[in-house]
Design a protein around this ligand. Structure first.
Ligand code: ADP
Ligand code: F6P
Length: 323
């Protein structure tokens, strides 16, 4: 077994608020345990380009409260090839990097698994606003993103109500509806459309909006997950079929920014610290994740193959409270 002397940390894929808190926890736990630590810039690109920065406890000062990632992030096509992975491991070894911590989503985790197969110890932890990592109840960035979404939708509700309009709001989430369903409950949306739940446009959208109007509602909020899409066309169709003026808003990348919430700072700190501890314990090819509200770790391959579902109770609750 390699005696651990120096480790690296990178952020990969879409950024998420709380990534800096995770980097800070990794760096300080490494320093606390007498390890050298380097930051790898721009995800897997930095490994291939030897773009490293030496880090110490002070290099992560004043970062806990900042959104984004101080290491920058990227998507790297070259790394996805077997040659790219081999080259990355050779470069890590040349630079005496004995282990790597990867903060990102499931694409980044596949990269970490490939690095382990080629002989570099890796630990991955979930940093993505989408909350779509199957082995984890929570991903760093999700709570901050939801808070950004509800702030925006609350504002849209003001103007929708004044104009007696329907506001159709598209939220991120890639192929998953986690952001949409929780935002819908937190904002009191009349309708929520997620990719996991088939819907009938007449029954689940138009009828609900018309019934709401009859009951005296002054506005209508429809939350659409980006995995469902068609938001602009949907607003037009709603206006045509109900006669209620409708406007589409695509919230977009604003959802990825901002100072992380307490929940994101604390979970990022716990997961970042645990990642380093796992390397110190001689473990590799693990995902640090949350299960039953505890920070645990699972094998990367097993973690990627796990299944997670949007709670049917949440879907029911969103409908029940929208009357
Ligand atoms: P996320 O980590 O947020 O899911 P991506 O899917 O874009 O984001 O993945 C980030 C990076 O991880 C990619 O640019 C690539 O370098 C690496 N990656 C993604 N998928 C794979 C894969 N199947 N095998 C190896 N590396 C991958
Ligand atoms: O995975 C995070 C995420 O923001 C998704 O919700 C979204 O589909 C995607 O990344 C957007 O990626 P990009 O920043 O490349 O536009």
């Amino acid at each position: 077994m390699v005696q651990l002397r120096k480790i690296g940390v990178l952020t990969s894929g879409g950024d998420a608020p709380g990534m800096n808190a995770a980097i800070r926890a990794v760096v300080r736990t490494a320093v606390f345990n007498g390890l050298e630590i380097v930051g790898v810039k721009r995800g897997y690109n930095g490994l291939l380009n030897e773009d490293f920065i030496e880090m110490d406890a002070r290099s992560v000062g004043e970062t806990l409260q900042k959104g984004g990632t101080i290491l920058q992030t990227a998507r790297c096509a070259e790394f996805k090839t077997p040659e790219g992975v081999k080259k990355a491991v050779e470069i890590a070894k040349k630079n005496s990097i004995d282990g790597l911590i990867v903060i990102g989503g499931d694409g980044s985790f596949r990269g970490a698994r490939d690095l382990t197969r080629e002989g570099l110890a890796t630990i991955a932890m979930p940093g993505t606003i989408d909350n779509d990592i199957n082995c984890s109840e929570y991903t760093v960035g999700y709570d901050t993103c939801l808070n950004t979404v509800i702030e925006a939708v609350d504002k849209l509700r003001d103007t929708s109500s004044s104009h007696e309009r329907c506001s159709v709001v598209e939220v991120m989430g890639r192929g998953a509806g986690y952001i949409a369903i929780e935002a819908a409950i937190a904002c009191g949306a009349e309708v929520v459309l997620i990719p996991e739940e088939p819907f009938d446009f007449r029954k689940d959208v138009i009828d609900i909006i018309e019934q709401g109007k009859k009951r005296g509602k002054k506005h209508c909020i429809v939350i659409v997950a980006e995995g469902v899409g068609g938001t602009v066309e949907m607003a037009k169709k709603i206006e045509e079929e109900t006669g209620i003026e409708s406007r589409a808003t695509i919230l977009g990348h604003v959802q990825r920014g901002g100072s992380p919430t307490v929940r994101d700072r604390v979970i990022a700190s716990q997961m970042g610290a645990r990642s380093v501890e796992l390397l110190l314990e001689g473990k590799s090819n693990r995902i640090v994740c949350m299960q039953h509200n505890e920070i645990v770790d699972v094998d990367i391959e097993e973690g990627l193959n796990m299944k997670k579902h949007i709670s049917k109770d949440l879907i029911k609750l969103a409908k029940q409270l929208a009357i």
